[in-house]
Write a protein that binds this ligand. Structure first.
Ligand code: ZN
Length: 214
């Protein structure tokens, strides 16, 4: 490891300790995190910088494009641990405007060995190609694709059996969020997972009958 990494760590420790002399004394005695944060690997700013969670912290999973994939053993293990062991109460799927991974997809650039990983995002791009082509600037296109991606990942998450079961009893919430490097603000673009169980087809039909009844 580069010696500069150790020097930077020393500087960071000094800075943190100056701000709070007891900042490290409570580590290891903190309660279990109540939040699972799913973010993007190519966002250089961590969840702790974006939305400081204090000493309680949060459980973090990051991958390229903040994806929720049923084929991702790493995510599935984290999800099972978060839900079964930690009994977390909230999952945040956080995208970021200007995501390099999504920008490569938008420009049709190859990601080499990571091409297989970005395949779902390329499918999403093709699915919304017409909508994106109507947007004039590339920056606005990438913003829209980032939001569409978070929406898709929230949907994927809500459909996972472990998550679905917790959503059904109201003991878990999912939020989609977007972070901007331009102003540092975390935005709620109105992307939220279902908070109540989805009605069955039979229940939906009954409800529709009631709505149309005179
Ligand atoms: Zn990214």
């Amino acid at each position: 490891m580069s010696s500069s990494i150790f020097r930077k760590n020393l500087a960071w420790v000094a800075e943190q300790t100056q701000a709070d002399p007891h900042v490290f004394t409570g580590i290891g005695k903190t309660p279990d995190p109540r939040i699972l944060w799913i973010g993007c690997s190519d966002n250089p700013h961590s969840s702790l910088e974006i939305a400081p969670f204090g000493r309680e912290g949060c459980l973090v999973h990051r991958n390229l494009g903040n994806q929720v994939s049923a084929q991702d053993a790493n995510l599935l293990a984290t999800l099972a641990y978060a839900i079964d062991s930690l009994q977390i109460e909230r999952i945040v799927v956080c995208g970021h405007y200007g995501c390099h991974c999504l920008r490569h997809v938008l420009r049709g650039k190859a990601l080499g060995a990571a091409d297989y990983w970005s395949s779902p995002i390329r499918s999403l791009f093709r699915q919304h190609r017409r909508q994106l082509d109507e947007i004039v600037s590339e920056e606005a296109q990438i913003q829209t694709l980032c939001e569409l991606n978070v929406r898709m990942q929230v949907r994927n998450l809500a459909e996972h059996p472990l998550v679905e079961a917790r959503l059904a009893v109201g003991s878990l919430k999912i939020d989609g969020a977007m972070w901007s490097a331009r102003d540092g603000l975390l935005r709620d673009p109105g992307i939220a997972g279902p908070r109540t169980p989805r009605p069955s087809r039979r229940a939906s039909a009954a409800s529709a009958d009631m709505m149309t009844a005179p």
